[in-house]
Design a protein. Structure first.
Length: 133
């Protein structure tokens, strides 16, 4: 937890090989209170420090607290962030390999619960690219 001039913030990290090279990559998810609601960011960095994916979005208080967190059992913002990668959330991140590790797929919700973001790792482009869910 941390506190800024605008409000509180939370972050969680995941170390896992996502690009298929056998070395753990670094994934950060952070959520911060803002004047208009919340600002979130998911950033994936390779073991070499290259950005594989970077996505920032905003959520209204109603979309996050009154809708999404209520459907998760009324958990707090802090708890949602803490559990974002562990597979226990209805609206958390799902990371799965499709065949070999080079076909890692990631899905997560952004902006509102119906906004499903789906990514697949592209070895040729050396980054995650959006796909159809």
């Amino acid at each position: 937890d941390w506190v800024t001039a605008e409000g509180r913030g939370w972050e969680t990290f995941l170390s896992r090989d996502l690009d298929g090279n056998g070395i753990e990559d670094y994934t950060l998810f952070d959520l911060r209170e803002s004047r208009d609601g919340f600002a979130a960011r998911l950033h994936i960095t390779s073991d070499r420090g290259d950005s594989l994916w970077d996505h920032a979005w905003t959520m209204t208080r109603e979309d996050l607290v009154d809708d999404l967190l209520r459907e998760e059992g009324g958990i707090s913002e802090k708890e949602w962030v803490r559990r974002f990668f562990d597979g226990s959330l209805i609206y958390g991140t799902v990371i799965q390999s499709r065949g070999d590790q080079e076909h890692c797929q990631i899905t997560y919700r952004a902006t509102w619960r119906e906004d499903l973001v789906s990514l697949v790792y592209s070895p040729r482009q050396r980054r995650f690219i959006p796909t159809e869910p």
